[in-house]
Design a protein around this ligand. Structure first.
Ligand SMILES: Cc1ncc(COP(=O)(O)O)c(C=O)c1O
Length: 464
């Protein structure tokens, strides 16, 4: 303590020696009677040097103006109240004003987010290449390359890159001619983009329940919801799990329905050895920053039909004829992806296998650390399907306590989506949701990022 004090008229060499004395990086300044009259932090010192002070200059009163102080015996709560983002060091004085101690508030600076993009030198190089080429809008080599490489990865003939995963669903509906008067069956447990896209197309969504084991849309419920107005089904491969594509495609065939697979959360997931996105008439993907691979914002529609591919390309570009510039043959949109986004996508695609393996490994580490606590049930591996880990997903009867405890320790937790039909704006589209409700109440996602401290999480959760 003593070494970190210095006199009000010390020179800067003495000041920095005092600052350097204790890890708090602060000098406590005393007056001619040895009473505390100010503090100077290492940041204050830096600013003084920038103002032109030299080591031989002496401190003056203006160098250590007002400061926050506490009296000996004040409670921890009172001390904490005196701290803020800027004020982290509180000197403690006795009744006469002599320094007796100090309090340092060390707030947790390491926040563990739920997801973060993995961007490195390849993304940077491709992005800079696109940038310096000046092809920064929706033409350029990376668009073609990204469309070709990602559709090859999924196992589809054509990929149409678009500006995000929501417009991808809308474009798919428009290209299939789904609109007013048509009913579209979707799961009640999904992100709202799925239903919003249906409503944007002026069609009527029908919200059906999911399967308790896979958490994905239930073929039995689809069958029950079908009526003469039903035009399409949008199975969502939610939380990285593949839907029962055999059951769904059989139903679609039997009732002559279109199928749009929403694969936003399941890049690389498989059903019976085939990647999701290669079953329906059209599949849609999202490349938002928290997705398995990202382009910042971005999406893609995928199909094996040359005709649908052609229609979607035309529609994403204002409905303009692909042969005759400024000749519009249909009402279209500007749903194009930029070459800059596609450049990032190409780099991401080069490491998609590693990212999928890494995420599987994250889930394994959670299981190893937390299974013995018996608090959590993990997403199921289902025979014949390969689920991918988008965000590590689990269920728990103690969801609230787990979420609170982790958040208090700066570890993010994401609750599952609410059932769409529980929200007043969508409730009139309800068909069935018993399982979806249960899953929504118990489900949560855990951080799926590098450097998760699994040991710390175990310690935190063992105390709840
Ligand atoms: C199931 C599902 N569908 C669609 C989307 C929409 O994608 P985007 O955010 O790229 O518009 C998301 C995005 O989070 C999603 O989770």
């Amino acid at each position: 303590m003593k070494g970190s004090t210095c006199k009000y008229n010390s020179n800067f060499r003495e000041l920095i020696t005092a600052i350097d004395h204790e890890p708090a990086g602060t000098a406590f300044i005393t007056d001619e009677n040895e009473k505390l009259c100010g503090i100077v932090t290492d940041g204050d010192f830096r600013r003084m040097l920038l103002k032109g002070k030299s080591m031989d200059d002496h401190l003056s009163k203006s160098d250590f103006g007002d400061f926050v102080v506490a009296k000996k015996g004040e409670s921890m709560e009172a001390l904490l109240k005196k701290t803020s983002k800027k004020i982290r060091i509180i000197p403690i004085v006795d009744d006469e004003g002599f320094l007796v101690d100090y309090f340092v508030y060390r707030h947790q600076t390491r926040f563990t987010p739920i997801a973060e993009p993995t961007l490195d030198n390849t993304e940077y190089r491709y992005l800079m290449d696109a940038f310096t080429s000046t092809w920064i809008s929706s033409r350029g080599k990376y668009i073609d390359q990204f469309e070709e490489n990602f559709s090859n990865f999924i196992g589809c003939k054509y990929g149409v890159a678009v500006s995000n995963g929501t417009v991808a669903i809308h474009l798919a509906l428009e290209a299939l001619g789904v609109g007013e008067g048509d009913e579209v069956i979707i799961p009640d447990l999904t992100f709202a983009a799925t239903i919003n896209a249906v409503l944007l197309a002026k069609a009527t969504p029908v919200l059906v329940d999911v399967d308790l084991e896979s958490w994905t849309i239930s073929p039995d419920e689809i069958e029950k919801a079908i009526n003469p107005n039903t035009k399409a089904i949008i199975p969502v491969h939610v939380y990285g799990q593949a839907c029962d594509m055999e059951g769904i495609m059989d139903i679609a065939k039997k009732h002559d329905l279109k199928v749009i697979e929403d694969c936003a959360e399941a890049h690389g997931a498989e059903f019976k050895g085939k990647r999701v996105g290669s079953f329906g008439d059209i599949a849609t993907f999202s490349f938002f920053a928290n997705k398995i691979i990202t382009t910042g914002e971005g999406g893609m529609c995928m199909t094996n039909s040359a005709e649908l591919d052609d229609r979607m390309r035309q529609m994403r570009d204002h409905g303009m004829s692909r042969e005759k510039k400024y000749w519009h043959e249909m009402i279209g949109f500007n749903y194009r992806m930029t070459n800059l986004q596609a450049a990032i996508g190409c780099a991401q695609l080069e490491k998609i296998d590693q990212l999928l393996e890494r995420n599987d490994n994250f889930e394994k580490q959670y299981k190893e650390a937390l299974d013995e606590l018996g608090l959590i049930q993990w997403q199921k591996e289902i025979e014949g399907r390969r689920k991918v880990v988008w965000l590590v997903a689990c269920l728990s009867d103690h969801k609230e306590a787990i979420s609170n405890a982790l958040r208090e320790n700066s570890i993010d937790v994401r609750p599952f989506f609410y059932c769409l039909s529980d929200m007043p704006i969508y409730s009139k589209y309800h068909f069935s949701n018993k399982n979806a409700k249960l899953l929504s109440e118990k489900g949560m996602n855990l951080p799926t990022v590098e450097n998760v401290d699994y040991g710390l999480i175990k310690k935190i959760l063992s105390q709840i």
